[in-house]
Design a protein around this ligand. Structure first.
Ligand code: B12
Length: 217
């Protein structure tokens, strides 16, 4: 995906791991009327994808990826409040979200959680490296409608399937909790294969999918 030149200073700052410049540039874009949602979808996500591809070609190293992630994290911490919901309804539903066991990636999960929140969902974020049973435990505790699982690592995908099997094993849980999954290696085909109720490509899609799942309840 071609990134628009208006985002060049931002992607340069992410590339350089320059937290101050990245936050300042994101702030400037927001002040210029660019929505934070667009900044994520049109610049941050594709640029991080590119960084990841260069990492797998050994053109970049882990510390480069870590520095880039720090910039994005700071942008989210500083500006996350600028996300806005589209036609948000009060109490659209209750969602338990987390990054699956073995996986510490949380930038995408945090963006998804924020977008769902501003669209009226009550969010319970379990964080990263979440034990498979903890999704179900929390969902029962808060009487959730949806369990949302993020997985960026292929090696952690089997644990996503474990969570789903655990939920489906008990008819009461299976009926109550809809399962929404997403993240790098997750596809619609994979979601169907493991019996998830929905798959979200990105944060905007996650909101659409969650809203659709609520209709099915
Ligand atoms: C930043 C990053 C890191 C950071 C993470 C920092 C953090 N706090 O998250 C650090 C440096 C720590 C890191 C570590 C590692 N990483 Co890394 N990382 C990335 C990178 C470059 C970007 C990920 C990202 O944040 N993208 C931006 C966000 C906004 O996009 P996203 O995560 O895809 O999320 C969007 C959608 O997927 C979707 N979504 C996400 N979650 C969910 C959930 C639901 C329910 C829904 C509906 C939708 C949804 O919506 C999001 C928003 O639009 C990716 C490259 C890539 N292609 O993704 C590699 C990548 C994911 N990492 C990779 C690897 C291998 C690792 C390490 C194993 C490296 C190592 N040798 O140590 C470790 C893993 C440690 C662990 N146990 O988890 C590989 C994974 C390969 C694979 N398929 O298994 C990738 C793909 C790089 C590559 N090409 O090799 N990484």
């Amino acid at each position: 995906m071609e990134i628009h030149p208006k985002y060049l200073a931002l992607t340069d700052a992410i590339e350089a791991g320059d937290v101050d410049a990245g936050v300042a540039e994101a702030q400037r874009l927001v002040q210029d009327g660019v929505s934070l949602r667009d900044i994520y979808l049109e610049a941050i996500t594709p640029h991080l994808r590119d960084i990841g591809e260069r990492f797998s070609r050994l053109e970049l190293y882990l510390p480069d990826m870590m520095r880039a992630a720090d910039v994005v994290k700071a942008i989210h911490t500083t500006l996350g409040g600028h996300l806005s919901g589209e036609g948000a309804v009060e109490n659209a539903g209750t969602i338990v979200i987390g990054t699956i066991y073995g996986d510490i990636h949380d930038l995408g999960k945090n963006i998804v959680a924020s977008m769902l929140e501003v669209n009226g969902f009550q969010m319970h974020d379990l964080g990263i490296n979440v034990d498979t049973f903890d999704f179900l435990k929390k969902a029962r505790e808060v009487n959730a409608d949806i369990i949302a699982i993020s997985s960026l690592l292929s090696t952690s995908l089997p644990y996503v399937s474990d969570v789903i099997q655990m939920i489906k094993a008990n008819p009461a849980d299976a009926q109550k909790f809809k399962i929404l999954i997403g993240g790098g290696p997750v596809t619609a085909e994979y979601a169907a294969q493991v019996g998830a109720d929905g798959f979200g490509r990105d944060a905007a899609d996650a909101v659409r999918q969650a809203q659709a799942l609520m209709q099915k309840n």
